[in-house]
Design a protein around this ligand. Structure first.
Ligand SMILES: [Zn+2]
Length: 349
């Protein structure tokens, strides 16, 4: 009995060992944590990769619960790519549950992360609202208290993980993905290098398009989104983003912070509200009802769209800039005040 069972066990093992070779598919099996990274890997990997995203399009990677099937995907992977900066808190648990021992790429490796406080300061500096110092200070205090509470409660770092929202930072993602693929599949290193080069050029073109669209929005314009996912976008391109919750979608806004936000809306130059594709829309809908502000569209924050223009990273970045531009741009926004000033001069003479 013991012998029979142990030989059966041996047969089982050799069959298992034979599987990877028998099923081998020359393509590198890549698992990414969320859809934006999957699209980047597909662009750099081209025909040499099969990519699986654990969190699907329109999914929320902050609050994902991996399934046993996700652990199996990881166990079969050659390369795992994730964002880092504590964006996917569940990823480490999943890695250890799946016994995955292969290569990992942390896409944000080498970027200079915005801390929440720093991006708040930068936004305020960009606004240059020296004359509203007292109001800004009040708002600042509220914001920091709220975020400190969330971070204490949910063990989030105070570094903003949403670095893909700045295409310049996303160049680092592409370099890390390229290097990971080259290490995992040296035979196709030239292809990965060429694909990355091509994609970086396309990114530079989209970056320029975004800049020209956002440049037509007055610098003091504020908007509200579901959570603080646009700090890097704001820092790179402009527009001040406020939100009812903090950096993570895990926190629910309390009645008190909603009341504070309504207060902030009255003090800041808030022009519009935007839904996010992957967060609960009821908070923004509620704010629109309370404030009478318009909901001016949907921005793609932490996930691609399942289909359409925003189903690629470049498309979603272009879409967000276009939606913001269509709602907020005032191409001649400086002219009226100049004309008034000139008119005044004219009358004086
Ligand atoms: Zn987020």
């Amino acid at each position: 009995m013991a012998i029979a069972s142990s030989s059966r066990w041996l047969v089982g093992v050799s069959a298992l060992l034979a599987l990877p070779a028998a099923m081998a598919n020359d393509r590198v099996q890549v698992v990414t944590s969320f859809s934006i990274l999957a699209d980047m890997v597909e662009n750099v990997g081209g025909d040499h990769v099969d990519v699986t995203s654990l969190v699907a399009a329109d999914g929320d990677a902050h609050v994902f619960s991996p399934s046993p099937g996700d652990a199996r995907s990881l166990a079969n992977a050659d390369l795992v790519v994730f964002n880092g900066l504590r964006f996917e808190g569940w990823m480490e648990r999943l890695i250890s549950a799946s016994d995955y021992n292969g290569s990992m790429v942390t896409a944000t490796d080498g970027i200079e992360p915005l801390s929440f406080a720093a991006h708040d300061e930068q936004e305020h500096a960009a606004h240059d609202h020296a004359e509203h110092g007292h109001e800004e200070h009040d708002h600042d205090d509220h914001g920091h208290d709220d975020h400190a509470d969330e971070h204490a409660g949910h063990d989030h770092g105070n570094q903003d993980p949403h670095a893909w929202q700045d295409m310049h930072q996303a160049e680092v993602y592409i370099a890390n993905i390229r290097d990971g693929l080259m290490a995992a599949d040296a035979d196709n290193a030239d292809a990965y290098r060429a694909n990355a080069e091509q994609y970086l050029q396309e990114m530079a073109e989209v970056d320029a398009e975004i800049r020209s669209l956002i440049d037509e929005i007055p610098a003091s314009t504020s908007v509200i989104t579901g959570h603080d996912s646009f700090g890097y976008f704001s820092s790179a391109y402009g527009v001040n983003f406020l939100s009812p919750v903090g950096l993570s979608t895990e926190a629910d806004p309390s009645g008190a912070s909603m009341a504070a936000l309504v207060d902030v809306i009255e003090k800041e130059n808030v022009k519009a509200l935007f839904h996010e594709n992957m967060t609960n829309q009821s908070i923004i809908t509620q704010l629109a009802e309370e404030t009478g502000l318009p909901i001016a569209g949907t921005l793609y924050a932490d996930a691609l769209a399942a289909e359409g223009e925003a189903s690629t990273y470049l498309g979603m970045m272009r879409h967000n800039a276009q939606v913001l531009h269509d709602a907020l741009a005032e191409p001649g926004h400086k002219e009226p005040s100049h004309e008034e000033h000139d008119d005044g001069h004219g009358h004086d003479h």
